[in-house]
Ligand binder design. Sequence first.
Ligand SMILES: Cc1ncc(COP(=O)(O)O)c(C=O)c1O
Length: 214
Amino acid sequence: MPYTQMQGAATPVPVVGTEGVRLKLADGREIIDGLASWWSVCHGYNHPHILAEIEKQLRVMPHVMFGGINHEPALKLARRLANLLPEDLNHVFFADSGSVSVEVALKMAVQFWLNRGVQGKNRFVSFKYGYHGDTIGAMSVCDPLNSMHAHFKGFLHEQFVVDLPRDNATVAALDDLLSTQRDRIAAIIVEPLVQGAGGMRFHEPEVLEALRSL
Ligand SMILES: Cc1ncc(COP(=O)(O)O)c(C=O)c1O
């Protein structure tokens, strides 16, 4: 378990199979996996269509790198993702986890300014109760207090972790931060719909609109 002291951790439960929403345990019991293996199996385990497609693809070509080459299945997925996103978001970078995708996004934001010849914009604005992952860069933009990361203070990059712009005072505070620190701030990072790990706090549409307008 992440962030769990091994000496006090419970013994892991052996699983021998999966089906639909269920985990089959070694002792014969079956339990419902309400977490869907941390949301990665949202269509259920052993879904026949997904299994068939994986088997088919494994025989054709299990994996190739994206270093100067690509392939139709990746292009197809990229097109479908781009179609789901607002009009100007038409580029896709595949990463191997949520945390790595956040690392990539942070680096892209820093590189954006460097490409424009602007130095020093390498800090981020993020929000209290936010969670963006467990790699070092992603940890730095999480809420440092209301999270599992408090022990790592001093090790992580210092970012601007502020209140979500919910009312006049917090909108003004964020506006002020963006003005006074504009030479240091590369980007704002926010969970798109809900602050999940921070307590299932759903964003009000007005908050996201306020952020977009800043
Ligand atoms: C909003 C958000 N960003 C990033 C992550 C990190 O994803 P991963 O666990 O795949 O690294 C999570 C994981 O729950 C998340 O909820």
